[in-house]
Design a binder for this molecule. Structure first.
Ligand code: NAD
Ligand code: MG
Length: 411
């Protein structure tokens, strides 16, 4: 029986995680659930799942949750504040931590889980983007098992030989390294083919995007996700973040990662080998597959996902992304090449810009412009590996600069 902390249990990944956990009561028990401020959904989850701990980061929401659960005989211990996320991530009875908080807000708890040597199921890609060097090193030094939940990275993990994944997790030779290291050479891995659906605007002419609404941007054709990642998918910043995420997880450089637009979202990514083989992982677009994979790994368990019907799908298409339509993808390549703190600035500015877009303060195409101007104003510095202070400080500065760029944008 494995004890699990689900960080971000009220979100899209959180809900899918609880769905898989509840299918396997003989294997998994949710020890702790956490949320920002959605009291109603957390109260419902506590009644159903009966965790030992429930965290509401917002103090007022925590009080309301205590009230909402006051009739329960055995109600969970309710904690509040961002620090409580780390507290539950390192509990001795927690074996696995699902890191499903959105944005850089998930960084500290993901890092705490890695430092405590937990199995870290990482959906929170932003943590790797802003502090990949520190997080990967913490996982290696503390024997934490890091399993990717992002569907593409989970697919790549599945298409790589087990030996590769073992070597990478113990390797000193990490990104931004030479891009060719022992694990790559020994396994004959040539390239990673990172698939992208292209989002809801893949067929829209670039000049029609200025007037896109948040509702249109959040209506993803293949996946149902939280609002921030839905907008990131529409700008393709999501793919940009995923390139950087892949560099860290698989110890490589952006040159060895090719983005392939594949509109059906059936192939979740591929690995190309030096003998001409390309291995792919296929499945219906449902996050319960990577979640179940990482929960049970190296075994397999049912995830509640419909089996793939290839005759219904009938065809698989592949295209190259159009760079003029997706400036965020270009900015992510720039951040990956500059490395150091450039991805921190890019990520923080993107979070601010996406929130401003969702709030209707700026237009869809202004998102890339806010990110670019923020990156221009805060040049990359080398990352200080001794702790998170520098990264957190740059993240704060970038948010201030990006908010300024947003205010300049408003007519
Ligand atoms: P979501 O917005 O649906 O849920 C976010 C969760 O984080 C909620 O539980 C919320 O309460 C919590 N949260 C938000 N802000 C917080 C804060 N400041 N402090 C503490 N908790 C906070 O997001 P999601 O779509 O589930 O995505 C979660 C993460 O997984 C993101 O990093 C996203 O990029 C990644 N991801 C999601 C999907 C998907 O299909 N949804 C796929 C791949 C990767
Ligand atoms: Mg993804």
């Amino acid at each position: 029986m494995k004890g699990i902390a689900v960080l971000g249990s009220t979100g899209s990944i959180g809900l899918s995680t609880l769905d898989v956990i509840e299918r396997h009561p003989d294997r998994f028990r949710a020890i702790a659930l956490t949320a920002h401020r959605n009291v109603e959904r957390m109260a419902e989850q506590c009644r159903r799942i009966k965790p030992s701990f429930a965290v509401m980061v917002d103090a007022d929401a925590a009080n309301r949750l205590r009230d909402a659960l006051s009739d329960l005989d055995a109600s969970p211990e309710v904690l509040s504040g961002a620090q409580a996320l780390e507290t539950v991530a390192v509990l001795p009875e927690v074996d696995y931590v699902m890191a499903a908080i959105v944005g850089a807000a998930g960084l500290m708890s993901s890092l705490a889980a890695a430092r405590a040597g937990k199995r870290l199921l990482l959906a929170n890609k932003e943590a790797l983007v802003v502090a990949g060097a520190i997080l990967m090193r913490a996982a290696r030094d503390n024997d934490a098992t890091l399993l990717p939940i992002d569907s593409e990275h989970n697919a790549i993990f599945q298409c790589l030989p087990a030996r590769f994944n073992r070597e990478i997790s113990q390797s000193e030779d990490q990104y931004p390294g030479r891009g060719r290291n022992h694990a790559w050479e020994n396994s004959g891995v040539e390239r990673i083919l990172l698939t992208a659906s292209g989002g809801p605007f893949r067929d829209a002419p670039a000049d029609s995007l200025a007037t896109v609404t948040p509702e249109q941007a959040c209506a993803h054709p293949n996946w149902s996700m939280g609002r921030k990642i839905s907008v990131d998918s529409a700008t393709m910043m999501n793919k940009g973040l995923e390139i950087i995420e892949a560099c860290w997880l698989f110890a490589t450089v952006p040159d060895r990662i090719q983005v392939v637009v594949h509109r059906q979202s059936v192939i979740h990514s591929m690995v190309q080998y030096n003998d001409g083989s390309v291995l792919a992982q296929l499945g219906n677009p449902d996050m319960r597959t990577p979640i179940a994979h990482a929960l049970a790994w190296p075994e397999r368990i049912p995830a509640g996902v419909e089996p793939l019907n290839l005759f219904e799908i009938a065809r698989l298409d592949f295209e190259s992304p159009a760079p003029e339509q997706f400036p965020c993808l270009r900015l992510a390549y720039r951040a990956a090449a500059e490395s150091g703190t450039a991805p921190v600035v890019m990520n923080a500015a993107n979070e601010v810009a996406v929130a401003a877009f969702l709030d209707r303060q700026i237009g869809f195409m202004d998102i890339a412009s806010v990110v670019e101007r923020s990156m221009d104003r805060l040049p990359a510095e080398p990352v200080d590996l001794s702790g998170l202070e520098q990264v957190l400080e740059v993240d704060r500065q970038a948010r201030t600069v990006a908010k300024h760029c947003v205010s300049e944008t408003v007519p």
